[in-house]
Design a binder for this molecule. Structure first.
Ligand code: 5AD
Ligand code: SF4
Length: 453
């Protein structure tokens, strides 16, 4: 049915080359949705440009995990409003923020000039919605509350031609008390494993080398009788010829079972950096966050993973200033950081999200204390970066060359299996997308230097 709308939009645009631009906020799941939006727009005949201020059709794909995203979005909408006063622009806004009741109200009251509003469960209707907006000048609001079905085979325009993300499940059932995701992305729904494997085989045939499996909680993936769970799926993905590196994000520590650890240990293709979101190192805070593990259980799991998986390093997410968190409880977080020695830490200041359990608490931590804790954590983390980098000097690493270096045009930038950025000299003998073997020679804090062997 959407094919009809694709044709109708083409007809209205009547051979004119119209441009589109998508601005994506938030996580890799949103990035992947944006690739599908781009795929649909290109089928409709739109051509991509980077500068959204020059485009005929602008899409904002929003995130609502933290509050500051809202301010950013309103600023961008304001910019488009000014452009709309001078020429025609079709503005479509979608993603997680549009699933929030209060945001929909605000959009209706303050931004009536937005042409299309769509949610996380109605992405696949975009051709129809764009058609209604441009042909009938309708304001389209296409947001549903119930969990959408899984739509397979949407067109997709990928951002890279050697690295691809593949969503394996949608939604989340965990209801961590600080988090809005379960309210805007709905309950967990796993994709059919055969469909996932078919997509990855096609990617491999098209020359893709690196696959990232995506989901809010990948290790609670549920398959079928043959490919039952996340461990089985990972194993099957590794068997696909041509795929050299397999990554996944995000697992939940409570579901990190031994079978998954064993599959990783036995498959060299799987990334040697695993993201294990800690959130807090204090057992009482973890309980109040509804994370379902204690400080000790997290430490044990990290140890077990490191001892069973050769060359493994860990990355993590940490929230500081969860309601009621005391200085002493925060010290437990620092203690876990010291003990686990994470290679990478994504640090967040707790942000109150309406509708979540933690937002209702009266013992919110004052802003200045949250910032002080954030700075303390950052300081500890940065002091560890050099120490961790030094371990790489003299080692031999496999490197996937990803781009020209952002530091120097005569060099390439690649990543090791542990996600470390390594700079190497450019040469005719290898190109972006190749996997090469390098020896690490220098530490430059935020990147390493290496020599091809
Ligand atoms: N405040 C701050 N950080 C949050 N995250 C999720 N919700 C919030 C919030 N309300 C962080 C968590 C999660 C990451 C994607 O975002 O650390 O793992
Ligand atoms: Fe949010 Fe927790 Fe679900 Fe992650 S597991 S998306 S933090 S509720």
């Amino acid at each position: 049915m959407q094919e009809n709308y694709i044709e109708l939009v083409k007809k209205i645009n009547n051979g004119k080359i119209l441009t589109y631009s998508i601005l994506t906020f938030g996580c890799q799941l949103n990035e992947n949705d944006s690739e599908k939006i781009a795929g649909m727009l290109e089928e409709m005949g739109y051509v991509k440009i980077d500068d959204y201020k020059k485009a005929d059709l602008v899409v904002f794909n929003t995130c609502c995990v933290r509050e500051n995203a809202e301010e950013k979005l309103f600023g961008k909408i304001g910019e488009i409003k000014k452009i709309k006063e001078k020429r025609d622009v079709c503005l479509a806004i979608g993603g997680c923020m549009m699933q929030e009741e209060k945001m929909l109200k605000k959009m209706k009251e303050s931004y009536p000039f937005v042409n299309v509003i769509f949610g996380t469960h109605t992405l696949q209707n975009l051709p129809e919605n764009i058609y209604k907006a441009i042909s009938k000048n309708q304001k389209v609001k296409d947001v549903i509350d119930i969990d959408g079905e899984i739509y397979e085979d949407l067109p997709i325009k990928r951002n890279s031609n050697f690295k691809a993300s593949v969503t394996i499940m949608y939604g989340c059932n965990n209801f961590c008390t600080y988090c809005i995701v379960p309210y805007v992305r709905g309950r967990e729904r796993s994709r059919n494993p055969e469909k996932i494997l078919e997509e990855i085989k096609n990617l491999a045939n098209d020359g893709y080398k690196e696959i990232t499996l995506l989901g809010q909680n990948v290790n609670s993936y549920k398959g079928n009788e043959k490919i039952r769970n996340f461990a089985d799926l990972l194993n099957e993905v590794c068997k696909i010829d041509g795929i050299e590196k397999v990554d996944f994000i995000s697992p939940h520590p409570k579901d990190f079972t031994d079978d998954v650890i064993d599959v990783i240990a036995n498959n060299k293709k799987i990334s040697r950096i695993i993201h294990l979101p800690l959130q807090s190192g204090n057992t009482k805070v973890l309980k109040e966050m509804n994370r379902k593990y204690t400080k000790e259980q997290f430490l044990e799991l990290a140890e077990k993973m490191k001892s069973k998986i050769d060359g493994l390093v860990l990355s993590t997410d940490i929230i500081v200033g969860f309601p009621g968190e005391t200085d002493e409880e925060f010290e437990d977080t620092l203690d876990v950081v010291r003990k686990v020695n994470f290679e990478q830490i994504f640090m967040f200041i707790y942000s109150k999200r309406d509708g979540t359990v933690a937002a209702k608490r009266e013992d919110q931590v004052p802003e200045n204390i949250k910032h002080k804790r954030f700075d303390k954590l950052k300081e500890l983390y940065e002091s560890k970066v050099d120490e961790n980098n030094e371990k790489y000097i003299g080692t031999v690493q496999e490197l996937l060359i990803e781009s020209l270096s952002r530091y120097n045009d005569n060099t390439y930038e690649g990543r090791t299996k542990t996600n470390k950025v390594v700079i190497i000299e450019k040469s005719k003998d290898y190109k972006i997308g190749d996997v090469v073997t390098v020896k690490i020679t220098e530490n430059h804090k935020w990147y390493l230097k290496g020599e091809i062997l």
